[in-house]
Structure formats: C-alpha cells, structure tokens
Design a protein around this ligand. Structure first.
Ligand code: SF4
Length: 333
C-alpha cells in the first residue's frame, strides 16, 4: 500500500498505477466518438441531464483531429510539462463502446503503436457491453493494459432518473459482474454526488456497495450545472440547487470513511475546464482549491479511507492500520 504513496489520507489512483507500472503514468485524453445511446434517443432515452454538448471531452478541439494527431499533441505537451515517460491513452468522451468492433480495434492498434503508450483507458456505459466488445477487451488484456471506467453515477434509481441516465442501478451491478467474469480489465466506476434529496445513509450505502464489487477504483464528481443542459433549465426554473462545497465535503468524507482501502480514488471533485459554460456552483471552476479543502478537512478531522470499517482478518487489520498512520503522517506534512 505504501509504494508510491502521495501523502494523502486515502488510496490514490497514482499509487494504483505505480504498483502496476512501477512508475508514474499520465493519461492522454482523446475523443474518437461523438455520440452515445442517450443523445441518439435510442429506446426513448434522453441526454443525461448534466451532460453538455462535449460529452465529457477534456479538449473540445480534439473532435477536429485524427487520433494520431491527438496522441502526439497531448503526449508532447504532457511530456514537456512533467518530464513524463509512460502514458495511457484515455478514450474519454461520450460512449467509447458505442461503435463498430473494427473501428474499436483500429483505435486500440493506433494507440498501442506508440512506444510510450503502456495501455488504454475506456470510458463507457453499463448498457453498451456486447459480447464482442468484451471479447475484444480480453484480447487486448492479453497483450497490453486495459482499464475501463464505467459511468455508474449512482446506485439509487431515483437519482439515476433525475440524471436521465436511461439505465438502472441493477443494470450497473449486472454490467460490473459481467465485465469481471468475462475479462481481466482493470475496472473502475464513476459516481456523482449532489442529486436532490440524497441522504447521508445513501452515501454510506454507496461505499458499502463498492466494497463488495470487483472494482479497483472510483472517480467522484459533484453534480454541477453546465450551459445548454436539462439541469440548466431546472436550475433557472428554481427546481434544482447544486450542492455547496461544505455539504459535498461532508459527503466525500462519509463515503471515504466507509470505503475499503483496497479501492483507489481518482479524484475527489469534478472540474469544469470550460469556465464559460459553467453555470453553478462556481467552485467547480477551481481545479485544486476544493480538492485541497477536502483533504484539509480529512486531515483536521483525522479521517482516513476505511476509518469506519472493522477489519475482518489479519491482513485487513494491517491494511487499516497502515491507512490510519497516513493521517498522523499527513498532518505533519
Ligand atoms: S453523460 Fe455520457 S451517456 Fe450521458 S449523454 Fe453524455 S455522453 Fe451520453
């Protein structure tokens, strides 16, 4: 657990990657698809209420560029900025399995032809997992490193309806089991806190559900309002108020307190990189401030990942103890 420790009172995803690759890896975010079942309105689905026209793309100019041009451009930028040597190509925007198998294969081959690319990460939805997609993932697991980030967002069906996800919590649980039983991909999930009427008990229950799933990592987001979304309309009509940082911090600390330390955390909050499109809350435009505030809160309250859990065996006892030491040590960093 201590290998690659970054001084945080939780298990960070960089530690997870460092254990796999023995060095720090950086993600190159690329966009190769520009649609998803929701946006196409398949089976009466609607666009997710929080999703803007970019479908979570990190760089909006990517859609005009070939995959090669994106990889090369962002590799050069990141390598220069951080002296980075090893990379994962991150197929991030929209639904990356919502395309034909030959196109997917072509994208994977393109990514892996670069010597500095150690594998790839795919963002997708629980309901876009055909048998041939799983077979293709497994084929690439045998020759490279494949990470999948599944947009679960919530295990509560009323919150999923509010988000207009078009899938249920049960669909997500089935998808996770299916991926884990048919492939050896490294599986993570995305979660969003801040739906209306979300209770503390639900947040704790979410952590407990994660503990029982075959996942290695979780990415946390606060729900926020972007321009030209359904959420913006509800916000303007006074039907939705975004979660404030204090309340969100409390939810994150609750979630972390009940999350098993074996599960790595990508990040603690969402970050809206296109400031002109962010309606509310404004703190989502600050990349590091809210993240640091949450960490400061955890340190001040001596909260570490899994602090509310009871160890079931010797190895868990050792792991929990190691995690508890992080609070002592981070307080003095
Ligand atoms: S969040 Fe994903 S699935 Fe939902 S509308 Fe946006 S791109 Fe489509």
């Amino acid at each position: 657990m201590e290998k690659g420790w970054t001084g945080l009172p939780y298990h960070s995803v960089s530690e997870h990657f460092k254990r796999i690759f023995n060095e720090k890896v950086y993600k190159i975010p690329v966009s190769v698809v520009d649609d998803c079942p929701n946006r196409m309105g398949l089976k009466g689905m609607k666009t997710c209420s929080f999703c803007d026209v970019w479908g979570s793309a990190a760089n909006s100019d990517s859609f005009q560029m070939s995959l090669e041009a994106q990889i090369e451009k962002y590799h050069d930028n990141i390598a220069k900025k951080y002296n980075a040597k090893k990379f994962l190509v991150y197929f991030q925007a929209y639904t990356n399995t919502f395309t034909k198998i030959p196109a997917l294969r072509h994208n994977f081959e393109t990514a892996l032809k670069y010597p500095y690319v150690a594998g790839f990460v795919l963002g997708t939805r629980p309901d876009c997992l055909s048998e041939s997609v799983l077979q293709l993932w497994q084929e690439y697991c045998e020759k490279s490193s494949v990470f999948v980030e599944l947009g679960v967002q919530s295990f509560n069906n009323s919150h999923l309806e509010f988000m207009q996800r078009g899938h249920s919590a049960e669909d997500s649980l089935k998808a996770i089991e299916k991926i884990a039983s048919r492939t050896t991909v490294d599986l993570g999930i995305h979660l969003i806190f801040g739906s209306p009427n979300e209770t503390d008990a639900e947040v704790i229950q979410t952590a407990k559900i994660c503990n029982d799933l075959p996942i290695t990592n979780v990415k946390l987001h606060n729900m926020h309002v972007l321009k030209n979304t359904e959420l913006e309309k509800w916000y303007n009509e006074g039907k939705y108020s975004p979660i404030e940082l204090e309340d969100y911090t409390r939810k994150v600390q609750l979630f972390l307190s009940y999350l098993h330390p074996r599960i790595a955390i990508h990040r603690l909050t969402a970050y809206a990189s296109r400031w002109d499109e962010l309606i509310a809350p404004k703190w989502t435009a600050d990349k590091m401030g809210p993240h640091q505030k949450i960490i400061d809160f955890l340190r001040a309250e001596k909260i570490y990942q899994g602090c509310k859990l009871t160890a079931q065996n010797e190895s868990e006892r050792a792991l929990f103890h190691q995690m508890s030491l992080r609070v002592e040590r981070t307080n003095s960093i």
